[in-house]
Design a protein around this ligand. Sequence first.
Ligand code: LLP
Length: 463
Amino acid sequence: MSRSAHPAGPRHADVLPEGHYSAPPADLNALDPKVWAETVTRDADGVLTVGGIDVKRLAEEFGTPAYFLDERDFRARARAWRTAFGGDADVFYAGKAFLSRVVVRWLDEEGLNLDVCSGGELATALSGGMPAERIAFHGNNKSVAEIRRAVEAGVGRIVLDSFQEIVRVAHIARELGKRQRVQIRITVGVEAHTHEFIATAHEDQKFGIPLAGGQAAEAVRRALQLDGIELIGIHSHIGSQIFDMSGFEVAAHRVVGLLREIRDEHGVELPEIDLGGGLGIAYTSGDDPREPHEIAKALTEIVTRECEAARLTTPRISVEPGRAVVGPTAFTLYEVGTVKPLEGLRTYVSVDGGMSDNIRTALYDAEYSVALASRVSDAEPVLCRVVGKHCESGDIVVKDAFLPGDLAPGDLIAVPATGAYCRSMASNYNHVLRPPVVAVRDGEARVIVRRETEEDLLRLDVG
Ligand code: LLP
């Protein structure tokens, strides 16, 4: 295929369509370390490499689309979370962001615990060798079978999400002759996303038991009476992709307030407090996430201060980062199939995946970056929209981004920061096969989740 510039390709200066973009970056070939995994760089030929392997070789061996996960980066981030809190807290990786048995092993080796929220995630965690006592089991509607399996396996904690579940778990544990350690998830009236948080009225959701109206206190009263469960703490999760710590501050204040009420009413000081996950990452150069050590310091200070004010012994803190561990560690590699310049608008770049491997843009209007990966280019930047191959116009991977004007079919492009909630939310829409996840480290690449095949699809279709 020729790599000549598009005849009628819109230039950035020509177009003013709505969108999130600003000016094109000074150097389109540069890789902002904020959004790319640690070992990603360009080789002497300008080809993107990860873990010492270039993407042309990776595409040849594993095909596209595919997620390439930088093992060194994953381990470094996991370790950073672990060491940030020292021995004073527990870090539970949120498996919903991305889970596979190899990842479970890395987490185990790096000293992290694991939060699961379904029977499938629990099975993966156990099969991957995570010791059951380091697993927390979440969910607003765990089935009886799931609860039974978790209790039998000996999970370290079940996070209770409703009045019915308090009784259900206590009953199942008693039947099994066990006393299950539990936390109660409460809603503290805080919802936080990115730079904003709202500290009223967000009890209106399916998760947790509202603090408002004394419901959480009533849940604690009931839990303390049941001998099948041992209440070890209170849990709160306030949102996703959060950069601003003030939402956590309000949440900690309210959770500690409940701990004080519990102490005053029951003479019991609960030993644990879980502040959930939700810490943000950089999807584009405009995002400025905090480092784990800053977050750990801030959270520890908030909880310690609140507890001192309430004259409580500071409980053991736990957190549940998912995105902030795995998100930045992977990119999705696509092959460009067609390039369609729309005069006065933008250029539509179609790739061989789409909303089936990254639903986040369609679902949340999420922003991503993108780079030409198989080569560098000096061509003028062109405003592009990277779209998938699905039969839906909302099938957008990267809404607005600048790519070189000589982009052509056969080029490889890479979308960074797709480690979290992309493979785990992938679908078979249009019977498109879900891509593999390939872990790369020190010149070696290995498939940790294989590509789906047509046989996989047909096996489920029993005819
Ligand atoms: N703990 C609890 C109880 C949670 O509900 C979640 C996420 C986490 C921890 C991990 O949050 P993280 O640190 O990964 O933000 N699919 C959405 C995110 C949904 C998150 C649901 N709960 C997305 O793609 O942005």
